[in-house]
Design a protein around this ligand. Structure first.
Ligand SMILES: *[C@@H]1O[C@H](CO)[C@@H](O)[C@H](O)[C@H]1NC(C)=O
Ligand SMILES: *[C@@H]1O[C@H](CO)[C@@H](O)[C@H](O)[C@H]1NC(C)=O
Ligand SMILES: *[C@@H]1O[C@H](CO)[C@@H](O)[C@H](O)[C@H]1NC(C)=O
Ligand SMILES: *[C@@H]1O[C@H](CO)[C@@H](O)[C@H](O)[C@H]1NC(C)=O
Ligand SMILES: *[C@@H]1O[C@H](CO)[C@@H](O)[C@H](O)[C@H]1NC(C)=O
Ligand SMILES: *[C@@H]1O[C@H](CO)[C@@H](O)[C@H](O)[C@H]1NC(C)=O
Ligand SMILES: *[C@@H]1O[C@H](CO)[C@@H](O)[C@H](O)[C@H]1NC(C)=O
Length: 695
């Protein structure tokens, strides 16, 4: 028992011997020091206590405020700092030396609209409860401003002039604040050149660029040195921007103080306040900060100088209005485009029963695809279309692009009336459509192609020449259609371009005249604004070269040529001086008229009918319009209802030379390229201006 007690006593003594010197040293040495270096704040979040709008951003920057109105933010090192030293044997206390260094950035809303500023603060608490924004800098408020119980000391970096004490304050300054936001000392923001210490360089705190600040307080001399300079400066200025004795500090500093920053914005004066890095040392010298070791500064997004908030508001408002207008315009254009795609109607277009919708035609022709083209003729391109999948609903769409759409209204009025023509030997015009600069005429689709292709194309569809019966039936059918146009409808319609390519042959080998009436519109100049003679060389009546006045008699002349052509299987003109009616006439005069019959028929034809057809053809080709028979007569002759009258062999020509001229007079041969179902025009033009573009 005794040994145990003595052992414990010994250990206790040993323990005391070991520990007492340590404790003694602690009490005799100075208060503990605080020293830290924060190269950015990421990873040190726990060291920093942020309040209100302050935050540590992921990029390592400490942001005290953003540029919102009337916000404040504070950030304090979360451990207290001992700054008071009690001298031996004295109740007197002194503030010990300290040193701090930090790099900050102030990004104003615009260069004249930054604010309010920020501070480096010694505070008895790591937060500033009740502190106001704006000129109170997140440090104090109206009630406690100036009270000695505050125990706050702040070095303010103020960018706004005109706190309550008015004119004596200047914007862009550094101030020393003791318990109050009224600065005891304030200096403009300058740094001293290292080469010439008398030269002050002033610069803007709210430049958006990093600024280095150094605060050094010497407790012995009670002097506070403040040095601020743009962080991109080569070397730190030796002479401080501000060097003042601050004995008052000893009345403010308490046993435990917190060090940190506060910042605030006003309602209009708004800046984002950032701290990039911070070092502090109590009793020693703060570790110098090297900006290249700090996080990247925040992007300088300050707006251009000189825009007041009103101007900005105006710009924002105008931009908004502009965007809305643009959006409206955009939708209007889209709408208009859709309307056009559909059909943009002029008022007069609306009440036409034959007007078709472009949309439907577009769909029917597969968007006017090239493989739908079944012919290109004088007046335009012809497309095959199908309204439904059934083949009976096939249509032919002729697309005409005139030089100008002036006169379109009259043109369409004519088309409308032509649309009412109905005859088994006519190609029905189903309707029309005006789309932008195009006129679209919609016809029945006639499957067998044109008479032209049946007469001449090699190899022929059937592999055989058109039989006589079919030829004769076709000749009578055409005559019947022309008669309808000339006499049987409510008004006289002159075809003006009777020729094989304008005769389509349907399933029953029934001829259908196409493109009737259109030529008139050209002739009258409705579309071309020039008066032109329309027709095709070889089929044009001789009087048309003297006056361009078409009549039913000139149609009869064309029909006569066509009739001879059907029988002879020979084109009315060739490159030389050949003219079919002249040739047939010569044969007629020499009593060998049947030699004119298409030799490909061999003997497979009715001689009587052939002779009749040739003679009627010659009769129709009479030089004098009045001497030509009417279509009614022609049909009667062909049907054998009436005998063909005798006629003089000279056809009313004064001499032979003039008549052999007819074919070559125009020096132009039809350029009709229509190859398929829908007939198209060839226009022989006397005027030199073009009827249509693209020709
Ligand atoms: C900051 O964080 C780094 C890494 O996490 C650490 O080494 C350093 O001690 C911290 N600084 C302070 C002052 O705590
Ligand atoms: C303060 O106290 C220490 C030891 O306690 C002594 O060495 C020192 O001289 C004293 N200083 C003054 C100024 O009295
Ligand atoms: C402390 O100061 C008092 C007078 O203020 C003096 O009487 C005393 O001797 C001093 N003690 C030491 C240890 O210096
Ligand atoms: C203590 O403070 C008073 C007044 O501030 C001063 O006169 C005196 O010399 C100081 N004493 C010491 C030991 O510093
Ligand atoms: C403060 O600045 C003055 C003048 O440049 C200098 O003499 C003094 O040593 C500086 N004090 C500190 C604590 O840096
Ligand atoms: C404070 O100033 C005194 C006198 O000029 C000097 O001896 C001392 O080293 C300075 N202390 C610091 C921390 O600069
Ligand atoms: C800062 O750091 C960079 C690279 O880390 C170095 O090159 C430069 O000398 C340093 N500057 C100072 C003033 O220490």
């Amino acid at each position: 028992m005794g040994t145990a007690t003595s052992l414990i006593s010994l250990m206790l003594v040993l323990f005391l011997l070991l520990t007492i010197p340590v404790r003694a040293q602690r009490t005799t040495t100075d208060t503990p020091t605080t020293e830290f270096t924060l190269l950015g704040f990421s990873g040190n979040q726990s060291e920093i206590r942020t309040e209100r709008d302050a935050m540590i951003k992921t990029d390592g920057l400490l942001r005290l405020t953003d540029r919102k109105s009337n916000v404040a933010g504070t950030a304090f090192y979360n451990k207290p700092v001992r700054l008071l030293e009690t001298q031996n044997n004295s109740t007197n206390t002194t503030v010990r030396s300290f040193s701090t260094s930090f790099v900050f950035v102030i990004i104003p809303r615009s260069s004249s609209n930054g604010g309010f500023g920020f501070t480096f603060t010694l505070s008895p608490t790591p937060y500033r409860t009740g502190a106001d924004s704006a000129q109170y800098l997140g440090l104090l408020n109206k009630e406690n401003d100036g009270k000695f119980t505050n125990h706050v000391f702040a070095v303010e970096f103020d960018t706004v002039q005109g706190f309550k004490d008015g004119d004596d304050r200047i914007g862009n300054h550094i101030g020393l604040n003791f318990n109050s936001l009224t600065s005891k000392n304030q200096e403009p923001v300058v740094y001293y050149d290292n080469e010439d210490a008398d030269r002050k360089e002033d610069f803007q705190l709210e430049s958006g660029e990093p600024i280095q600040a150094l605060l050094d307080y010497n407790g012995t001399t009670q002097t506070l040195n403040v040095t601020v300079y743009p962080a991109n400066l080569k070397s730190r200025p030796i002479k401080p921007s501000l060097s003042v004795q601050v004995p008052m500090l000893s009345q403010i500093v308490q046993e435990e103080m917190y060090v940190g920053f506060t910042a605030a914005t006003g309602s209009d004066e708004r800046s984002a306040h950032y701290v990039m890095g911070w070092s502090f040392s109590s009793g020693g010298v703060a570790h110098p900060l090297n900006i290249s070791e700090l996080p990247l500064p925040p992007p300088n997004t300050a707006e251009k100088r000189g825009f007041t908030s009103q101007v900005i508001a105006l710009i924002v408002a105008l931009s908004g209005v502009t965007i809305i207008l643009l959006a409206l315009l955009f939708f209007f254009v889209i709408y208009k485009k859709r309307l056009q795609e559909g059909d943009m109607l002029e008022e007069w277009e609306i009440n036409h029963p034959h007007r078709l919708r472009y949309k439907d035609l577009y769909a029917a022709t597969d968007g006017f695809k090239e493989n739908r083209i079944i012919g290109t003729g004088g007046f335009g391109t012809v497309f095959r279309g199908s309204i439904s999948s059934s083949s009976s609903d096939q249509i032919a769409v002729k697309k005409i692009t005139p030089n100008s759409m002036q006169g379109a209204r009259e043109f369409i009025a004519e088309i409308e009336s032509l649309g009412r023509l109905r005859h088994k030997n006519l190609v029905n015009l189903q309707g029309w459509c005006k789309h932008k600069n195009d006129l679209l005429l919609i016809y029945d689709y006639i499957p067998n192609g044109s008479l032209d292709s049946l007469l001449y194309s090699v190899p022929r569809r059937s592999g055989a020449v058109l039989s006589w019966n079919v030829r004769f039936q076709i000749a009578k059918g055409i005559a019947s259609g022309l008669l309808y146009l000339h006499e049987e409808w409510e008004q006289i319609v002159i075809h003006r371009d009777v020729k094989p390519s304008n005769v389509l042959i349907d399933d029953n080998m029934n001829p259908r005249l196409g493109d009737f009436g259109l030529a008139r519109l050209y002739e009258r100049g409705t579309l071309s604004h020039t008066t032109v003679v329309v027709g095709t060389i070889g089929y044009m009546a001789p009087e048309l070269t003297r006056n361009s006045k078409s009549s039913s008699a000139s149609d009869v002349f064309s029909y006569g040529v066509l009739l001879l052509e059907i029988v002879a299987g020979r084109r009315p003109t060739d490159a030389g001086s050949f003219f079919l009616p002249d040739w047939v006439m010569e044969l007629h005069v020499s009593g060998e008229i049947l030699r004119a019959v298409d030799p490909r028929l061999g003997s497979g034809y009715n001689r009587g009918e052939a002779k009749l057809a040739l003679v009627v053809g010659l009769l129709c080709c009479h030089q004098i319009p009045a001497s030509r028979p009417s279509m009614r007569k022609v049909l009667r002759y062909l049907n054998g209802d009436e005998d063909v009258p005798e006629f003089d062999n000279n056809w009313g020509y004064s001499d032979d030379s003039s008549r052999s001229d007819i074919g070559s007079r125009f020096g132009y041969v039809s350029s009709d390229k229509a190859s398929s179902s829908v007939a198209s025009f060839s226009v022989t033009r006397i005027s030199s201006s073009s009827v249509f573009s693209g020709r």
